[in-house]
Design a protein around this ligand. Structure first.
Ligand code: ADP
Length: 168
């Protein structure tokens, strides 16, 4: 029997800790929304076995985009990046699962689509680094910060009934 502790986000199997759950922040950027890739991208995370905990379509202003990308403020492409992110609505999501931060980055592919393997989202759907369709947190710590920034209202507490078919 699997028991999910929503306070610690851990799965317990027969009283023993089975696997640690993680959450990551995933954003479909304005080009992804404009190019009708929303369903395809959500589908890839769903089919993998990850669980959706938050989802919204939002337009952000430059102050918000600058906050999200604060670590990159010294980069020469920073202003262009902010312009890109505010150029249309984005789909902000929180996905949950075992190792979802690292595996989410693998599903997304390398930052520059020229280097992203076929089969990854950027490898399949993007050409230019400045139009690379999707964002995913690069560490558990940045996921925590990004989820707090994008979902101050919190995420949804629920447990997929597929869990015993995805986790041993
Ligand atoms: P990632 O999104 O893969 O975590 P970074 O955090 O390094 O990559 O960069 C954030 C975003 O900034 C990238 O996804 C991309 O949209 C943009 N970016 C990164 N490097 C460049 C560049 N050299 N020119 C234009 N845009 C860039």
């Amino acid at each position: 029997r699997l028991k999910f502790d929503s306070r610690t986000s851990r799965i317990w199997k027969s009283g023993r800790l089975s696997s640690a759950m993680e959450q990551t922040f995933i954003m479909i950027k304005p080009d992804g929304a404009q190019r009708c890739l929303v369903g395809e991208i959500i589908s890839r995370f769903e089919k993998k076995g990850f669980s959706l905990r938050g989802l919204k379509l939002v337009s952000v202003d430059s102050a918000f985009a600058e906050k999200h990308y604060a670590d990159l403020s010294a980069k020469p492409f920073f202003n262009g990046l902010v312009e890109y992110i505010i150029s249309g609505p984005v789909v902000a999501m929180v996905w949950e699962g075992k190792g979802v931060v690292k595996t989410g980055r693998t599903i997304i592919g390398a930052t520059n689509p020229a280097d992203s393997a076929p089969g990854t989202i950027r490898g399949d759907f993007a050409v230019d680094i400045g139009r690379n369709v999707i964002h995913g947190s690069d560490s558990v710590e940045s996921a925590r910060k990004e989820i707090a920034l994008w979902f101050p209202e919190g995420v949804v507490e629920w447990q997929s009934s597929l869990r015993p078919w995805i986790y041993e």
